[in-house]
Structure formats: structure tokens, C-alpha cells
Design a protein around this ligand. Structure first.
Ligand code: SAM
Length: 271
């Protein structure tokens, strides 16, 4: 099918397969071809790129990605979409749909596999919003050799993740591997069903490999956000906490969000 996102095509597919979007899987389908093409134009994908997509839905974004990329691998959790995608993407021969929860995918292994054939691997998705953070964390902590990530998230989330003065375990994880930017905002009216809030495309250019010890430090440091770094890290470094913080030049009374990513990286050396 050509231009799946055109209203008539979307309606035809949803009606034919009696597909009702389910909240359980965060399903808000894009129904504006123009916007989808703008999203794809925001990404650096070309014929030498393998795109990994999370949640193709009825295939509207997948189709446009397939025209620009060398190959597209899409992971979809909802097996009700099997028949729909078989019809909608039947002419997109460079698309492979895998019915699997993305959070269980061994991304490092998958990316290594496609790296043998493609010079770039990018992740592009209109994310299910109920697991935005889990998916970003899964991608980053997998240590997969991905060049860049371009995902639609709630606008408010994109604003927070690109605000240099806002800190959370996820912003520190992102900062430790690359640069995040908000590339374009997207009105809630181009989805069906329309979500409550507007969305935005968040891009992350991956520059460094993730240090897995950072996860352990960050989880411990943010156990109780209102407590000091000393109190939180005591659970990990026990009686050595004061000495370690002093050696790193970190004030014991600092709150976890007041540290810098460099501070957290220094702390990983003590694990
Ligand atoms: N890409 C389509 C579009 O833009 O119209 C659909 C986007 S919709 C916001 C999110 C998609 O992710 C749905 O198809 C949903 O079933 C799928 N999904 C939800 N959780 C998932 C998971 N854990 N792994 C893979 N796909 C998931």
C-alpha cells in the first residue's frame, strides 16, 4: 500500500481488520503523511543505514522510513497487527517486522549483526509513551553501537530531557553518552486517537559507549531524591562513603540532582 498515513488508507486498514487502538500498548497512530515525512527528514538516514523501529503500529512511519533507509527492522508487541502489517507493508521489501517486546531485545547483538552490512544504525520511533523512559534506558544501557536515536515523545518529556538545568538518572545517562536535542514539535491533532498533549522529536547523537557501572551509582544516588548524596550512597559504599566523596571533591550535603555527570563517572571508579 502507498501512503498508509492518508486518512482513507488508515480508515480502510482499521476497519478491514477491526483494529481498535489500545491504551495498554500506548497506541496513538500518526495520520498525517506530511508530518511523517518531516520526521523522516529530521533524521540522517540514507541507503547505507539500517533503521531499528519500535512499534510500527499499522506501518505509517515504517513505510516512509523504508523509502529512505537500506533496511528497516521493526519490533511490535501487539500480535493483532500481524495481518494489518502484512497487507500495509507488502510492497516494502526492505522491511522486517518482528513481533517481540522491544524491552526484551538483545539490542547489542542485533546492532552488531546489521553493522556488518550497513555503515549506520539509527533508531527511529513514535514511542509508546507509557514506557518512554524504559525504552531510552534499554537502548542506552545495552551498549549497542547505535549512531543516533530519533524518537517521538511527549513534548514535556523532550523539554525536560534537553534542559541543561534539569537532572534525573536518565538525563545523566544521556549526557554520559552524547547530545540530546529537541528537533521538532508535533501537534496532538495528527494522531488517532489524539493523545492529551503535544509531542516532540527528541534526537540523541551517540558519541560514547555507555559505562554500565553508572546505572548502579545513579540508582543508588537517587534512591531518595530529597536526601543528600552522602545518605543515599551510604547504602552502597557503607563506611567508605565519606572518604570516597571527599576524594571526588563532592560536598557530602549535595543533593543527587546537583552533581555533574563527571562526578558520577568519578564515583563509578570506586565500584
Ligand atoms: N509507529 C506507529 C505510528 O507512528 O503510527 C505507531 C506508534 S504507537 C504510539 C506505539 C506502537 O508501539 C504501537 O504499535 C504499540 O503496539 C507498540 N508497542 C508498545 N509497547 C511496545 C513494546 N514494548 N515493544 C514493541 N512495540 C511496542
Amino acid at each position: 500500500m502507498k501512503d498508509i498515513a492518508k486518512k482513507a488508507n488508515t480508515m480502510y486498514l482499521l476497519e478491514k481488520y477491526n483494529m481498535k487502538a489500545t491504551k495498554k500498548f500506548g497506541q496513538n497512530f500518526l495520520i498525517d503523511l506530511n508530518v511523517i515525512q518531516k520526521i523522516v527528514a529530521c533524521t540522517p538516514i540514507d541507503q547505507q543505514t539500517c533503521v531499528i523501529e519500535i512499534g510500527p503500529g499499522i506501518g505509517a512511519l515504517t513505510e516512509q522510513l523504508s523509502y529512505q533507509a537500506g533496511h528497516v527492522v521493526s519490533y511490535e508487541i501487539d500480535t493483532r497487527l500481524k495481518a494489518v502489517l502484512e497487507e500495509s507493508l507488502n510492497e516494502c521489501l526492505n522491511v522486517e517486522v518482528i513481533f517481540q517486546d522491544f524491552l526484551t531485545v538483545d539490542l547489542k547483538q542485533v546492532v552488531n549483526h546489521y553493522r556488518q552490512q550497513y555503515s549506520k544504525v539509527c533508531i527511529v520511533a513514535n514511542l509508546p509513551y507509557y514506557i518512554t523512559s524504559d525504552i531510552l534506558e534499554h537502548i542506552i544501557t545495552s551498549q549497542a553501537d547505535v549512531d543516533s536515536i530519533h524518537v517521538m515523545v511527549q513534548k514535556e518529556v523532550a523539554l525536560k530531557l534537553t534542559d541543561a538545568s534539569y537532572h534525573s538518572p536518565l538525563t545523566f545517562m544521556i549526557e554520559s553518552i552524547g547530545q540530546a536535542s529537541l528537533d521538532m514539535t508535533v501537534s496532538k491533532n495528527v494522531f488517532s486517537p489524539a493523545p492529551r498533549v503535544d509531542s516532540a522529536i527528541l534526537s540523541i547523537m551517540m558519541e560514547k559507549t555507555y559505562n554500565p557501572l553508572l546505572t548502579q551509582i545513579l540508582k543508588q544516588a537517587f534512591t531518595q531524591k530529597r536526601k543528600t548524596i552522602y545518605n543515599n550512597l551510604k547504602g552502597l559504599f557503607l563506611e567508605d562513603t565519606e572518604k570516597i566523596l571527599n576524594e571526588c571533591g563532592i560536598d557530602l550535603k549535595t543533593r543527587p540532582e546537583q552533581l555533574s555527570v563527571e562526578d558520577y563517572i568519578k564515583l563509578t571508579h570506586y565500584l
